[in-house]
Ligand binder design. Structure first.
Ligand code: GLU
Length: 508
């Protein structure tokens, strides 16, 4: 086993500032895959030190999204673990201790400039044509000046004393070396006046204390990594391996994928994980799709299991170039997983969606004898779980709720309203006399009658489809009759006939 493949400790470290989006989920997925591949641990850490941007329900949304995809964390909120707490706002004292250590060792200092003074400084710099940034002035305060500021009760922050000369090189496993001039790092704030750390200090302290070996995160963090490396050096700690994942591009392949739903060329592109859940995408399909964004399971094989992905996944094979999210593939994948699913499993997964779509309690649906009959009828053509409700709605409506306002749905191919009504009247007797009342018996009787009348199936069958459901597109006809039962089927055929007779009168 190479050093790279030793058990890895990885983490997903989101800030609870909004809903989990697909890009964040991909970052979590890769960190999880790598931990599982190496038999290591996957940590969930909540980076909530920016209290101004905190959003109340985002932590729940985040955990729900991760669990939905099956990315259970070994350590983190709710799971606990040996190096917690895993929520940064509860680690305040830990950061303060390490910041004090940096001050004591000469790697950090208190700065007393107010926000207004900093704004004024930036203005001056701009006016002179200099790049705006902190000019390190408080780095050189004398003990007397500090004492005076403290006596005044001035609020202060702590800044990092970045090296003034030389260069820092960061190694990214998939991108190679990234070098910056140390001078470009202008003593950033590491502890804010509210006593909470900034991201940079907290991420370094936590990744170290939590024993993180491999930092997988979005490429937008690359520019922060040299500063992190300087902090590791100041603490005299070894830095973890860095792997900056490529950004996911928008379907147009132009900009970065948005964090919100977007409509491009009339097609709606979802972005947040809860939207994919609500729309009825399966976690299997999203797992498969995301695994292949930035990494590739196999050029030949589109469908694979989670176990197979874990087995093959290797951070060294991640492609650093940005790629667009193949939305069209998601729909296809979803259909594949739906068709492959055992009907009983599909039924169980459909219940929450049907409950919402049909406004029927989940517990009632779970016991409804129609459901096991209906699921196999729609399975073949179902693209998302949310779509199921409108496909089976007719079975849960009462006869008088069926809407026949679209007479077209009741017409047989090449038949007018009066002829279609006659077809329904003829079929009525067949339905009344079918013994036993099964799809096979019904189909045989209908086919024999179609031949006898010299009609085509499209002419003879369609009016029944319309009468039963009110829709042009419906599940297989004779199975649908069996789901409704003989009596209900007969009522609907009569109602359909009446609607057609009325339409026939109106057109003459
Ligand atoms: N809290 C950062 C975020 O919200 C995490 C960056 C990192 O993984 O270091 O993306």
């Amino acid at each position: 086993m190479s050093e790279l493949h030793a058990p890895a400790r990885t983490r997903f470290a989101p800030s609870p500032t909004g809903y989990l989006h697909l890009g964040g989920l991909r970052t979590a997925l890769f960190a999880w895959l790598w931990a599982r591949h190496t038999n290591g641990q996957f940590i969930l850490r909540i980076e909530d030190t920016d209290q101004n941007r905190y959003q109340e329900d985002s932590l729940d949304d985040l955990m729900r999204g991760l669990r939905w995809l099956g990315l259970e964390w070994d350590e983190g909120p709710e799971a606990g673990g040996p190096v917690g707490p895993y929520i940064q706002s509860r680690r305040r004292e830990i950061y303060q201790r390490y910041v004090q250590q940096l001050i004591d060792d000469g790697y950090a200092y208190r700065s007393y400039m107010s926000a207004e003074e900093l704004d004024a400084l930036r203005e001056e710099q701009r006016a002179r044509g200099d790049a705006p940034g902190y000019d390190r002035r408080d780095r050189y305060l004398t003990p007397e000046q500090i004492a005076a500021y403290e006596a005044e009760g001035r609020p202060s922050v702590v800044r990092f004393s970045a090296p003034l000369e030389g260069k820092t090189t960061v190694h990214d496993l998939i991108r190679g070396d990234i070098t910056v001039e140390n001078e470009s790092v202008r003593d950033p704030v590491i502890l804010k006046s509210d006593g909470l750390p900034t991201y940079h200090l907290a991420v370094v302290v936590d990744d170290h204390l939590m024993g993180v070996t491999d930092v997988l995160r979005g490429e937008e963090w690359i520019s922060s990594t040299p500063l992190h490396q300087m902090l590791y050096a100041a603490f005299d700690w070894d830095a973890p391996r860095f792997i900056h994942l490529p950004v996911i591009l928008d379907p147009s392949g132009q900009g970065k994928m948005s964090k919100r739903k977007k409509v491009v060329d009339g097609h709606e592109y979802l972005a947040q994980v809860h939207e994919f859940i609500d729309a009825g995408y399966l976690p299997e399909a999203v797992f498969n799709l995301l695994t292949n964004v930035g990494w590739n399971f196999d050029a030949e094989r589109e469908i694979f299991t989670r176990e197979e992905a874990i087995e093959r996944f290797d951070v060294a094979d991640i492609n650093p170039s940005p790629g667009a999210l193949p939305y069209a593939k998601l729909e296809w994948l979803n259909g594949v997983y739906i068709r492959d699913m055992a009907p009983a499993e599909l039924q169980a997964r459909l219940i929450p969606y049907l409950s919402r779509g049909l406004d029927i309690a989940e517990s009632d649906l779970a016991q409804d004898p129609r459901l096991p009959l209906l699921v196999p009828l729609i399975q073949e053509r179902l693209k998302t779980l949310a779509e199921a409700a409108e496909k089976v709605e007719w079975a849960f409506q009462s006869a008088d709720e069926i809407d026949y306002s679209n007479t077209k749905a009741l017409l047989g191919k090449k038949l007018d309203a009066a002829q279609s009504a006659d077809v329904l009247a003829t079929g009525y007797d067949l339905i009344e006399n079918a013994e036993p009342f099964t799809a096979d018996v019904l189909e045989q009787a209908f086919r024999a009658k179609t031949d006898e009348l010299g009609l085509k199936a499209g002419s003879f069958f369609s009016p029944f489809r319309g009468a039963l459901t009110g829709k042009m597109v419906a599940p297989p006809l004779f199975d649908s009759m069996v789901v409704l039962g003989r009596d209900e089927t007969l009522i609907r055929v009569r109602n359909g006939e009446a609607a057609l007779r009325k339409a026939a009168l109106e057109t003459t």
